[in-house]
Write a protein that binds this ligand. Sequence first.
Ligand code: FAD
Length: 463
Amino acid sequence: MDNLNEIIEKLITIAGNGNVLTDKEQLADYSHDETMGLQSFPDLVVKAENTYQVAEVLKLANRFNFPVVPRGAGTGLSGGAVPSSGGVVLSLEKMNRILEIDEENMMIVTEPGVITGVLQAEVEKKGLFYPPDPASLDSCHIGGNLAECAGGARAVKYGVTKDYVVGIEAVLPNGEIIKLGGKLLKNVVGYDLISLIVGSEGTLAVITKIVLKLIPLPKAKIDLLVPFDNYETSSATIVEIIKSKVVPAAIEFMDKESLRACAECLGRELPFPEAEAQILIELDGDDKEYLEKQAEMVGELCLEKGAKDVLVADTKANQDKLWEVRRKISESLKITGVLKVSEDIVVPINQMPTVLHDLQELSKKLNVKIVCFGHLGDGNIHVNLLKKQLTDDTWNRILPEAINGVFDITVAAGGTISGEHGIGLTKKKYLRRVLSEAEIDIMKQIKKTFDPNNILNPGKIFE
Ligand SMILES: Cc1cc2nc3c(=O)[nH]c(=O)nc-3n(C[C@H](O)[C@H](O)[C@H](O)COP(=O)(O)OP(=O)(O)OC[C@H]3O[C@@H](n4cnc5c(N)ncnc54)[C@H](O)[C@@H]3O)c2cc1C
């Protein structure tokens, strides 16, 4: 970065001495997210404490022409928060206050650095519910969730982050502060800029305040863990459940290998270790009796379609145990898989049996370990390619073919290459597999309109 010392001095004036990091050891924490194999050091980190500071940092960036990479908790899985061109990482971690829980309007107003699980727990204390639940909810930030339009297990019934955002305050790349929407359930004035910024992966604006709508907290839930002896039967059963017009809150898929990795990391045996695939189904609602009937019906349907058993969890302690396993899978595969490349495909739900079958065939053909888990109920599966015992040469040779093979299967099923993790750095070279030149061109023009000097998170989404 040119003029580094002068820039540091000015940043200290804006954010205060303690909020500007220059030490290499401290910068290391901001040089990666949770994407395996990606690292790039920033020149500096600035921890903003308020919107004004965010705005001043961006004005300075335009003046001195340095990149600014917004960062939440750094749990991203496509490299969005990795400062691939150096410059300044702008951390929102200190903007971590819940500003208001408005019970009359059923809304929450929050800063972006609040941990999603904390936000959920706070609204639940008042009988309210913010449903989007990325498996990383104990560490990711609500601002990062907006930037990625995070999904989660409960998307089957409740949708994803964008379905709850009714207002944002954001700072444009030139430092101008804009306020979009508010505590409004309806709003059709002009283009929908909120929807444009949500999911824009920190490339169009820095989100500094958020208004989310909430719903009443369901009073009861029942979880079912259902083992199957193959992928196809498990996914075909889910299609049948959805056809039966029951809408579970969540339907998660976990294959044998992902559960084995998880058992190893948790250091305990998990239920049904012989099953090739397991489905975790969550039903929720207000009427406990009705819920029990639904659970019985779903359990019977599963057994009818070929499930080996049904384990019912109707206490919080048992439910938490099941979900602990599901949320631990990604990390466990990272620990046990030597090296993991994780794809995040999404297809129409009824295509899932074919897709899971074709992925197994691809694994056999290329002799590469493919492990699948994820949000089967909304068609979004995480396909993990594991290096395991392969030599570096073999791995590097077959990886491009394997990734393209996964995307061939996805596209043939009418799907797309990311359901929730975003494009970031890792998937941008595959954009043309699912977007036309005209579509990419419009997106690039939008970026240019927001950010003519290409200051904000450059090099992300587009090559
Ligand atoms: C174990 C594990 C499980 C996961 N499970 C899920 C899951 O179920 N569903 C899911 O959707 N994702 C999941 N993720 C991915 C990740 O947690 C989400 O993408 C999350 O939304 C990222 O939030 P973050 O605060 O960590 O953002 P970061 O990783 O810090 O940043 C992500 C992107 O958002 C931008 N950004 C961050 N804050 C702002 C802001 N205030 N304004 C503008 N841009 C900003 C960054 O520049 C970057 O491009 C998982 C990750 C892990 C490690």
